[in-house]
Design a protein around this ligand. Structure first.
Ligand code: MEZ
Length: 559
């Protein structure tokens, strides 16, 4: 749907302030970023993480007492979907060396490296190979590869600063040190990064970065990377099998507590299948489809935190889940595209964020949590009340994409942002001449399963990589470090798992005793609700889920 007359009238205010804003930018006169001490009160008052009543302590499991979002606690305090007494693990349906659960960026990178290190691999995935948040990532991947202009040292400091200085330093060191090599690996496999005519890679800033190190493939970087590594994995036909539409529902342990496989659920035949393996890599991604606090999400349909549930039940502690990432710029109009990511690259390229009066109220490259909180403050009736009303009764702010053509030359938006240009054109909106209406959208699970820098969990034989894991990004991830995370840690997990199986080929009989124990713990804690997990797919036919999504006016209730 094109902009109605009421919004077109408001766009005139954006147009009125645009020439002066473009001039200011051309003269490097930026809107002042918030000072460190100014960030804290905005976060406390307007970031959704700080809203009272939205979190509670988990009553069971290895991180009992940890207070995190109600929606995540709900699934962690649920019982298994299957009756562990009725599943026979003595006759596996499949046997492999390394089982990779999840077929996004981390799982696929892990599978390739495990295979290249001599392991037979099976990738089990809930949907199709590549149906994952990696595929949907847009704006870029960070790597400090420009010797003399940047270094992993600056990248390290940026990640720590963005994460509020509580990140796991070993994990941060590992990601920044391996970043240039990860980029070379992707390029070597054929990833088509955007380049200048002389062959040098184009780079730009992201929020919270002190150097231009965001490498990208237009605004479809994740799709380009995913397509490349999926092809590579599928070419290893002798070493990698892929089983689609078969999400894992529990991992299996042996009598020494080592991970020795997983139970899958075949979505087409409704059968449980047991895959026996010597090592398992958990790469199930995030949890946007839990719609924490009723937020719309950028996430793919299968992002329901399944890996978190399975590994937590088996005894892996969790951390950094007390913070959730809301991407500052999700579509809020047209309604049909609600929640869809509008890449931070627009702001990296200079697009201002503006209120209903066409005024800039925030520096456009604050770290994501700060930027999102400032936008919510601007929209909220309890904040500044300067939001742009949408035809469906919500509020958003403008992202002034037409500035980019004025700053960088006509045709830049169309060329650098083809994905979004095409999407909006379908609704009759030309984003090279009209701004976009945006609001923060649930984007990323900052925390997850505890791992070390070898991707090992506390369960021998169980590795984790990508969004399901915790510590790298601290309490707030910066743009472009998620695509990097899945490649760096996916590759490490695959290499380590292949090494592990060479020394641990003596797995005992598989069992699901931990599942039985967990079910009992849930009962003993007096948790009465009849919930089961993993959720596998969000149930939008359920009025409770639907209502939360479609009717709750979270734009009004947020603060
Ligand atoms: O890292 C991300 O989340 C990312 C690249 C998103 C974006 O804004 O494009």
């Amino acid at each position: 749907m094109p902009y109605p007359e009421s919004l077109k009238k408001l766009i005139e205010k954006v147009e009125a302030t645009r020439p002066a804003r473009v001039e200011r930018k051309k003269n490097d006169k930026e809107f002042p970023p918030l000072k460190l001490e100014e960030r804290e009160p905005v976060l406390r008052n307007f970031h959704p993480d700080f809203i009272e009543g939205t979190r509670r302590e988990i009553k069971v499991g290895p991180s009992k007492g940890y207070s995190i979002s109600n929606e995540v606690v709900d699934i962690l305090e649920a019982k298994s979907r299957m009756n562990p007494d009725l599943v026979n693990l003595s006759e596996p349906d499949f046997e492999t060396d390394v089982l990779v659960i999840g077929a996004g960026g981390a799982g696929t990178a892990a599978a390739i490296l495990a295979a290249e290190n001599g392991a037979k691999v099976m990738i089990a995935t809930k949907l199709r190979h590549g149906d994952a948040n990696t595929m949907m990532a847009e704006g870029g991947i960070q790597a400090a590869d420009k010797v003399g202009k940047d270094s992993p040292y600056y990248h390290y400091l940026d990640i720590l600063g963005g994460g509020h200085f509580v990140n796991d330093p070993e994990l941060v060191y590992t990601i920044v040190q391996n970043a240039p090599d990860a980029l070379r690996w992707l390029e070597g496999l054929g990833t088509n990064f955007s380049k200048f005519e002389d062959g040098k890679m184009k780079t730009m800033h992201g929020g919270g970065t002190c150097r231009k190190r965001m490498h990208y493939a237009a605004d479809i970087t994740g799709a380009e990377i995913m397509k490349t590594i999926r092809d590579e994995a599928r070419n290893h036909t002798d070493m990698i099998d892929v089983i689609e539409f078969c999400p894992a529902v529990e991992i299996a342990l042996d009598d020494q507590g080592r991970c020795v496989g997983a139970v899958l659920y075949n979505l087409e035949t409704a059968e449980y299948l047991f895959v026996k393996a010597m090592a398992v890599i958990m790469a199930t991604g995030g949890s946007g489809r839990l719609h924490i606090q009723g937020f719309m999400t950028t996430n793919h349909y299968g992002a329901t935190a399944d890996g978190l549930v399975m590994a937590y039940r088996a005894g892996v502690p969790i951390s950094f889940l007390h913070t959730v990432q809301y991407h500052p710029t999700g579509v809020v109009f047209p309604e049909q595209a609600e929640g869809i990511l509008i890449t931070e690259k627009f702001r990296g390229a200079g697009a201002n964020v503006l209120n209903v009066h066409g005024e800039q109220f925030v520096y456009e490259r604050e770290p994501r949590d700060v930027e999102a909180a400032c936008i919510i403050r601007e929209c909220s009736p309890k904040g500044r009340g300067n939001g742009v009303p949408t035809p469906t009764g919500k509020f958003g702010v403008w992202l002034d994409s037409p500035m980019i053509d004025m700053l960088k030359g006509e045709g830049t938006v169309r060329k650098e942002f083809p994905g979004k240009h095409i999407l909006f054109r379908r609704f009759g909106i030309d984003i090279s001449t009209e701004p976009m209406l945006i609001h923060p959208t649930l984007h990323y699970q900052n925390g997850g399963l505890d791992i070390n820098n070898q991707c090992e969990t506390n369960i021998p034989g169980l590795y984790a990589a990508g969004e399901v894991s915790a510590g790298i990004h601290g309490e707030n991830r910066l743009m472009g470090n998620s695509l990097l995370d899945v490649i760096v840690f996916g590759r490490i997990a695959g290499t380590q798992a292949a090494g592990y199986i060479r020394e641990h080929d003596d797995a005992g009989p598989a069992n699901l005793d931990h599942v039985k124990r967990y079910n009992k713990e849930v009962e003993a804690a007096g948790i009465k609700e009849d919930r089961i997990a993993p959720m596998i797919l969000p149930d939008y036919s359920n009025p409770e889920v639907r209502e939360k999504q479609l009717t709750k006016d979270y734009f009004g209730t947020l603060s």
